[in-house]
Design a binder for this molecule. Structure first.
Ligand code: UN1
Length: 508
């Protein structure tokens, strides 16, 4: 089946050929640079968005900050109602939103819909959370004293997102921040401005119905706009998703004014497959991890460490699976792999493969750009020499390139797996409890995510999402990641008639 037309999708979402990229509940007449949205499947322009100037940014900030003054005092379960409404709207518009993601970013339709589902899920999670922002009561050492910990809203939060999850990354931050009592300023990737405009339209409706204009704000722009947020002392938290080099700059700039960051940067995710693994599961998981989203998830599988006994059948199984992958228009139902996001990404793919071959890698399947409109490449498997002599595999190339290593032991596999600078997601395939638990133990995977008998990508929103080392250490989404969006206050109340000092100190 062929997907609906570009015009139908845009019309359903209320997006015209020219949009404004600044909004605080009302669309601003923005005066920044015009950003073109390109369809990576065709290379053609989908629409244009006018970015924000510095004075647009100031106007949006002012509205957000005015809203914060009242929003922080609204009871959290009532703040949850705004997010509940947003979740309802996302359900209603799931199809066109998912299809817009495919149009503007290139991921296949079912993954686009899956991305919107992640937004719906995080809204549900945040609504529940709005009644569970618990603090602790701690035993005080002093008589007739009560010692408690409570959590307060932090302030205006900047959310800077990447092209590969052009809607969901925002939601993992914004839904949680909103119930925590923060207001949000979103700077999306300039590669996917229409996705942000579409989501903001829905935010506007939810905010209008809940007297909450200024909670979700949009500020489309390039790196300059991100810089305004990083350097703005009025913004206590910058949540940044993107590359390690830019993340380093963000971390430095925000830290120099002693602000907080939540960083979700690059991954270089590996899967260990031991001789006793279920081959069928491993093949499917690796294929989805390496080829899904055309290898452009930060959780994409990039390295496989196969034990010697299973390496042959695994390699054959993967090559066979790759032959069945249909590449093409991401809105066509049978397509399993769409284009890369840009021409630059195609060049990076080609250059990584050149280096891989120079360093002794052998291309087993794929290995070339596809000659057609748009930014298409063939998914590629490279048989790699020893990990420590193959430095191209230490880098994250945002493309469907999989490096296969052969290892003798679990210990060798873990050592090689952990030898890279990134630490986002990891997995092992084995039927042995001891091997699986070793991988999950303190001497096992050093990543923020470690899975057994499933792949590296496709995490659920209920867990905390993020990674260690150069991945940046931030956690978003579920579990107790909400604490990153609030300020903790320790309060001691003396309800007695005396003034005992802690640590038994006598004074006056
Ligand atoms: C990303 O690629 O930036 O675990 C996030 C996953 C998705 C999130 C990916 N839930 O693959």
């Amino acid at each position: 089946m062929i997907g609906r037309s570009e015009a139908t999708i845009l019309e359903q979402l209320g997006i015209g050929p020219d949009s404004q990229g600044g909004c605080d509940g009302q669309w601003l007449d923005t005066a920044g640079d015009q950003i073109e949205s390109i369809n990576p499947t065709t290379g053609a322009v989908i629409g244009r968005v006018r970015g924000c100037s510095h004075s647009d940014y100031e106007a949006i900030f002012a509205a957000a900050s005015r809203r914060f003054a009242s929003w922080r005092m609204r009871p959290a379960p009532q703040r949850g109602l705004l997010v509940r409404r947003l979740g309802e709207l996302l359900r209603e518009y799931k199809e066109p939103l998912g299809e817009l993601i495919s149009l503007e970013m290139g991921k296949i339709r079912s993954e686009g819909l899956g991305e919107v589902q992640e937004m719906i899920d995080i809204c549900d999670f945040a609504v529940g959370l709005s009644r569970q922002l618990y603090g602790l009561t701690i035993a005080s050492e002093r008589p007739q004293h009560r010692l408690i910990e409570q959590w307060h809203p932090l302030g205006p939060v900047a959310i800077i997102t990447a092209f590969n999850f052009p809607m969901a990354v925002w939601s993992w931050n914004a839904a949680i921040a909103a119930v925590c009592g923060d207001v949000c300023l979103w700077k999306p990737s300039p590669q996917t401005p229409l996705c942000s405009v579409a989501v903001q339209h829905l935010c506007n409706r939810a905010m209008a119905e809940h007297d909450a204009a200024g909670v979700f704000n949009l500020c489309v722009g390039g790196s300059e706009a991100g810089g305004w947020m990083c350097d703005d002392r009025r913004i206590p938290l910058v949540s940044f998703t993107g590359s390690i080099p830019i993340g380093r700059q963000v971390a430095g700039r925000v830290a120099s004014r002693l602000g907080r960051t939540i960083l979700e940067l690059g991954g270089n995710n590996g899967i260990i497959v031991l001789d006793d693994a279920r081959l069928d599961l491993a093949v499917r998981a690796i294929a989805f991890g390496a080829v899904g989203t055309s290898g452009q998830r930060c959780t994409s599988t990039r390295r496989v460490f196969a034990q010697r006994g299973i390496s042959g059948p695994l390699t054959e199984g993967l090559i066979a699976a790759y032959q069945t992958i249909e590449i093409g228009d991401p809105l066509v139902d049978t397509t399993l792999m769409g284009p890369l996001a840009s021409r630059v990404a195609v060049t990076a793919y080609q250059s990584a493969l050149r280096t891989a071959v120079e360093q002794g890698g052998e291309i087993l399947t794929g290995g070339r750009a596809i000659d057609r409109n748009g930014f298409f490449v063939a998914p590629t498997i490279v048989r790699a020499p020893a990990h420590d002599r193959f430095s191209i595999a230490w880098e994250e190339t945002f493309a469907p390139i999989l490096y296969l290593f052969e290892v003798d032991t679990l210990n060798r596999a873990i050592a090689d797996h952990n030898a890279v600078s990134q630490g986002l997601s990891s997995a092992i395939f084995t039927e042995s409890m001891r091997s699986a638990e070793t991988f999950l133990s303190a001497r096992g995977s050093d990543c923020g995510i470690a899975n057994v008998n499933l792949g590296t990508s496709g995490a659920e929103i209920g867990g905390a999402f993020g990674g260690e080392k150069d991945t940046g250490g931030g956690r978003e989404s579920g579990s107790d990641a909400w604490k990153g969006y609030m300020r903790r206050q320790t309060c001691t109340v003396n309800w007695g008639g005396d003034l005992p000092l802690a640590q038994g100190i006598e004074f006056l």
